[in-house]
Design a binder for this molecule. Structure first.
Ligand code: ABU
Length: 497
């Protein structure tokens, strides 16, 4: 008969489409059933421990010459999930992120399905506007009038802290952009000895030098010692260096301590220094009327790092850098690439916001957070934060009086609680010469047991002269007081001599 070439093509594309559609539907089912909900019950394991050799044997990791079937791909998905840590599990309390927010997850899926790159309005119209709205609201929550200033979503808090160094340096020495480090005096910056390591790392990366990131003493609660900060500023000046930046921390990584921002700001004003607040961890507390006092004075900062993927439990990765000064980000970083940021486009090119970033291609990390915000409202975030602090206090009070637990910081300020678990065999041995050495070995041993059983996941670390202690982190508001008792019971069970 008749030539039905056009129809044949149509049939072919329909059958291709239904093949892919079928695969996507089966994969989505698997994600929902096996990854999201199937593994986040309290009765399931936090982690299916396997040694590297076991994982290599269990999953065919090597890329192959030929394709595999959809069934094999679905099997691979299941294997990847099986051997991955179940960070959505209520007992994953190991890191400063955890849990799965259904709206955040769907926002993340939508982002990936749309696959945008947020540099121009042309290719990311909605995301460009969405970023502006969300960042303005965050600045307003920080306390900057009408949300004025600027900001970006960027890949992680470390990079955000690096942006602070770059913006501060450019603000005082705009010639740095074209002439480089040769054109400026020997610059030094300050942060506390308990601040996140990224400030030192970024000082090295940016040619300032890690030795010129001067670490300031902290008190017993982990807060920066403002007198020592002033002493070190003066020592630097006397030594011929030029201080330009102080990074205060609102929620330190291990202790969760909040530096006294008002006092630090007064010093910054006196010595004409940029004040950056690294609120990557503690920033979420700004959403709570009850707890935002912890960041008192944050509105005095020149810039702020705030990671919604931490206390606010947005999916990884969602980090922001907020700045009070309107044009510094753009002036410090723009390069006006003609192939992307043409000024003669037919629309208002001020919406092509990508040039203020040091990245070019960039994920739309805003969407998942915006979607969560829409789903719960600011009041939902407030409830979430208040629940976290309530759980943390319950856990703290519970272990304070429970035999075998010894607090590292008596009154932690954030939702991370630090403690030693002292097994029965070590109790009463505090004055023996090898006590510290033996206690140091307890946390790694308990950690090994919990991972191998998959019953919970809690991190540990030494700090200064202190031997290994646990840091349990609460940022999953699906947990309740019963879970707090579970954790304590679990330490006791695993720590049986
Ligand atoms: N900024 C990285 C935090 C690492 C942690 O979860 O402890």
């Amino acid at each position: 008969g008749e030539d039905i070439g056009v129809d044949k093509t149509l049939f072919k594309s329909l059958s291709e489409r239904s093949k892919h559609e079928d695969f996507i539907r089966r994969a989505a089912d698997l994600l929902v059933e096996r990854v999201v909900f199937g593994r986040s019950q309290r009765t399931s394991k936090v982690v299916e421990w396997a040694a590297p050799e076991d994982i290599k044997k269990a999953i065919d990791l090597k890329p192959r010459e030929g394709p595999v079937s959809h069934d094999v791909l679905l099997g691979l998905m299941a294997d990847v999930a099986r051997y991955s840590v179940n960070t959505a599990h209520p007992y994953f309390v190991n890191q400063l992120f955890s849990s799965v927010d259904p709206y955040g997850l769907v926002g993340q899926w939508l982002t990936d399905a749309l696959n945008p790159s947020v540099y121009t309005f042309e290719v990311a119209p909605v995301f460009t506007l969405m970023e502006e709205e969300v960042l303005r609201e965050m600045r307003s929550i920080v306390g900057w009038k009408d949300g004025k200033g600027d900001g970006i979503f960027c890949p992680g808090g470390s990079i955000a802290n690096g942006y602070a160094i770059s913006c501060a340096r450019f603000y005082y020495y705009p010639e740095i952009k074209s002439k480089g480090v040769y054109s400026v005096p020997k610059l030094v910056l300050f942060t506390s000895e308990l601040a996140h390591y990224s400030t030192k790392k970024m000082a090295a990366f940016m040619g300032i030098g890690s030795d010129n990131c001067i670490l300031v003493k902290t008190d017993s609660a982990g807060k920066i010692d403002v007198a020592d900060l002033e002493l070190k500023i003066n020592q630097s000046l006397d030594g011929g260096s030029t201080p330009f930046l102080v990074t205060a921390t609102a929620g330190t990584t291990v202790y969760g301590a909040f530096d006294p921002i008002v006092e630090i700001s007064a010093l910054c004003k006196r010595y004409n220094l940029w004040l950056h607040v690294d609120a990557a961890w503690g920033g979420g507390a700004l959403m709570s009327k009850k707890h935002r006092h912890l960041l008192s004075g944050i509105e005095l900062a020149d810039s702020v790092t705030w990671n919604p993927h931490k206390l606010l439990a947005a999916p990884q990765q969602c980090s922001t850098f907020l700045i009070r000064h309107e044009n510094v980000l753009k002036e410090a970083h723009s390069s006006n690439a003609k192939y992307l940021f043409q000024k003669d486009k037919f629309y208002d090119t001020s919406y092509d916001t990508g040039d203020k970033h040091i990245q070019c291609g960039r994920r739309a990390d805003v969407l998942k957070f915006w979607f969560m915000w829409k789903a719960k409202g600011t009041e939902g975030f407030e409830k979430h934060i208040d629940t976290l602090f309530d759980n943390a206090k319950y856990f703290l009070d519970h272990i304070r009086n429970r035999e075998g637990f010894k607090l590292v910081v008596d009154q932690p300020e954030c939702t991370n609680i630090m403690f030693w678990y002292v097994p029965k065999c070590l109790r009463g041995c505090e004055n023996e010469p090898d006590y510290k050495e033996r206690l140091h070995k307890v946390a790694p041993k308990i950690k090994e047991l919990m991972i191998k059983e998959g019953s919970m996941m809690v991190t540990y670390q030494p700090q200064g002269h202190l031997v290994n202690f646990f840091r349990i982190v609460f940022q999953n508001s699906a947990l309740d007081h019963k879970d707090m008792v579970y954790f304590a019971n679990e330490f006791e069970r695993l720590g049986t001599d």
